[in-house]
Design a protein around this ligand. Structure first.
Ligand code: MSP
Length: 655
């Protein structure tokens, strides 16, 4: 029989800064589902990655004096490190700067243009740089960005548009006929009533005002803007549009795109429209989860309330953090993060219920039977109910996982853990040990508890990657036949002559009062570092804008010379640049200059210009530029080259 496939994705993350616990939430949930499906025998493809283009990244990189790619390389390395820390088992990590992705996006853009789904027009509107979003006048709130409340910039530029409006009726029909498509259900009504029925506008899908993006191949001044670039990752990662599209043939359509609620609109409207235009099947499901909030507000760097997942993992271990995220918040709804709630969960659910169950069971087997249960065992009156509870828990967990209800699945699992603890209280091993005649019943009771723990450890695997292994070590189980999901449905697989080995508590109890203070200090320290870094960046930026006094010696370091432009041409892929051949004395240099809006190549030839001569050469549009031609700029729309009278020869010093 052919193995069933399961393709699941997270959003691709903006590498604008360190990711916080809110970002980790989405990825941990997706990872849990991927692990679960693998355990259920599926051939899983789990995709995550980074969304690296855009003006925001370009500006941050410029402010740091590095190229956007150098900047994203650094941040992406940190993101991969975080996923390692959180045991994220992705199968593929896509970067939108990957060459194959760029090619696929260019191919998609061209195809949509050729078939008339993309056309050229003029975009007029307001742009919020931090949110990377364009807004119409009526979408602004008090003249500011409706999402973050910050200042917006007016923009008017030539742009390509995607005919989104054309697909409106087909999308409404699709949603109505496929109620499973957008989950939770409430999100579907929101999309239909708030966006689709009032009417979709065509979408601006290219920009000319910045350069950090995928160039539109047939119109190089334009770069592909945001959503066509970002959303295509889900198919470009599988090789769609390339010579080798076997993964695409195998895994598409995706089973589920897991996304945060604020990007549901793009995934449930723009993405289906793009796929319809490309004549491709739609993903089976978009699941819009809620946010992790702090005191009711979204975690955000600008508010200074972000919680660094590394701080939490270092203190409590990855499994405790994953458990908290998945148990505390009903997937689909918002949920509050607080240090108290985290410690409370660790103490009650992990240390008390689970940790205690394992350590007291292993402890009793060691104490009463020197670590080895006897073969002969006789039943107790409580056995049947425990066995039944285990089987019911498994089917309820499966049902919950089918609906991505991670917290419900964990509630069912903890019912079994608590029932097992209750079984110990009912059978009272400490009383049974007293009578030799009861030892066979005692062995049976401890066997039942150990077998229940084996089942618990199997069911824990999707949620917690480490804990099951710690449990198996104590029960002398090796991963394999005794740890498959199906084996959890077979009571009694653990060998009767069980031997065990006690180890440290898997979840030590935490002193809430002492810990709260320490944890708050650690989180505050990490927030303070983040804020200090941010302030420093802003301060550096301000400093660089204040004109500084320099000494005559400083001034003399700049060598200015007269140069004569002997040839000039436009640079094909740039709207601004001219490539000039400049004669300076006996040498001829290539110098690029961003002046093509003001000077044609013909006007340049013969001009005697002022050249910054000893400037370090730098790469522009793939070629080296040796120096700079000086010009006066009024900061708005006027620019004039600095020139000298003709009778001064080229190569003359300017001082
Ligand atoms: N780059 C886009 C997605 C493009 S997908 C084709 C993007 N990136 S993001 O980095 O801003 O966000 C990535 C995901 O993190 C989103 O799903 C977002 O909802 C999620 N979260 C960011 N902060 C969050 C919380 N505080 N809580 C839960 N999820 C949050 O959007």
């Amino acid at each position: 029989m052919e193995q069933k496939k399961f393709y699941i994705t997270t959003p691709i993350y903006y590498p604008s800064d360190k990711l916080h616990i809110g970002h980790s939430y989405c990825t941990v949930a997706t990872d849990t589902m991927a692990r679960y499906k693998r355990l259920r025998g599926y051939d899983v493809m789990f995709l995550t990655g980074t969304d690296e283009h855009g003006q925001k990244i370009e500006r941050i990189a410029n402010a740091q004096g590095v190229t956007p790619k150098a900047y994203t390389d650094k941040v992406v390395a940190g993101i991969k490190e975080l996923w390692k820390t959180l045991h994220i088992s992705y199968d593929k990590f896509i970067r939108t700067t990957d060459e194959y992705h760029i090619k696929t996006v260019q191919g998609i853009f061209k195809r949509l243009y050729d078939q008339g789904d993309i056309y050229k027009s003029t975009y007029e509107g307001w742009y919020c740089t931090p949110c990377e979003s364009f807004f119409t006048q009526h979408q602004l709130v008090d003249g500011k960005c409706p999402d973050c409340g910050r200042e917006v910039e007016k923009v008017k530029e030539e742009s390509y548009f995607f005919r989104l409006s054309k697909y409106q009726d087909r999308i409404i029909k699709y949603m109505e006929e496929n109620p499973e498509f957008l989950q939770p259900n409430t999100r579907q009504n929101e999309m239909i009533n708030n966006f689709l029925k009032p009417g979709l506008e065509d979408l601006a899908v290219s920009r000319t005002s910045f350069t950090w993006g995928i160039p539109v191949e047939f119109d190089p001044g334009h770069i592909v803007y945001v959503w066509i670039d970002a959303l295509s990752n889900y198919i470009s990662a599988l090789g769609y549009g390339s010579k080798d599209d076997r993964l695409f043939q195998k895994y598409w359509p995706a089973d589920v795109h897991v996304v945060g609620k604020e990007i549901v609109r793009f995934h449930s409207i723009i993405w289906p429209a793009m796929l319809m235009a490309l004549d491709l099947p739609l993903p089976k499901q978009i699941f819009g989860h809620g946010w992790l909030v702090i005191n009711g507000g979204k975690m955000s760097k600008s508010v200074g309330n972000v919680v660094d997942p590394n701080v939490l993992v270092n203190k409590y271990g990855v499994d405790a953090i994953r458990y908290f995220l998945l148990r505390e918040i009903a997937f689909g709804q918002d949920g509050n993060f607080s240090n108290e709630a985290l410690i409370q969960r660790i103490n009650s659910d992990l240390a008390n219920d689970l940790g205690n169950l394992v350590s007291r069971t292993v402890g009793m087997i060691e104490k009463y039977f020197e670590g080895k249960l006897p073969q002969e065992q006789s039943c107790t009156e409580f056995d049947a109910d425990l066995v039944q509870t285990a089987q019911t828990a498994i089917s309820k967990i499966e049902a919950a996982m089918d609906n991505m209800m991670f917290s419900d699945a964990l509630i069912e699992l903890w019912n079994l853990i608590r029932r097992t603890n209750k079984y110990i209280d009912e059978t009272q091993p400490w009383i049974l040990i007293k009578e030799k005649a009861n030892h066979s019943m005692l062995a049976n009771a401890l066997y039942h508890v150990a077998e229940s723990i084996r089942i618990v450890s199997i069911l824990l695997q999707p949620f917690m990657p480490n804990t099951p292994k710690l449990i198996w070590k104590q029960l002398h189980i090796t991963a394999g036949e005794l740890t498959t999901w199906e084996s959890a449905k077979q009571w009694g697989k653990l060998p009767k002559a069980l031997s065990v080995e006690k180890a440290n508590a898997i979840f030590p109890r935490i002193d809430m009062k002492k810990e709260l203070q320490e944890l708050e200090d650690a989180i505050k320290a990490s927030q303070a570092t983040a804020i200090a870094n941010q302030n420093k960046k802003e301060e550096d930026k301000k400093q660089s804008e204040i004109p500084q006094e320099i000494t005559i010696d400083d001034f003399c370091k700049v060598q200015l010379k007269v140069g004569e432009v002997i040839a000039s041409e436009k640079v094909a892929k740039s709207k601004k640049l001219l490539k000039n051949q400049v004669k300076i004395g006996d040498e001829v240099r290539v110098i690029f200059s961003g002046i093509s809006q003001w000077y044609t190549p013909e006007e340049m030839v013969g001009k005697k210009v002022v050249v910054a001569y000893n400037l370090k050469p730098r790469k522009m549009m793939g070629e080296m530029s040796y120096g700079m031609i000086l010009a006066a700029d009024d900061g708005a729309d006027k620019l004039s080259l600095l020139t000298v009278d003709n009778d001064i020869p080229s190569g003359a010093d300017i001082s």
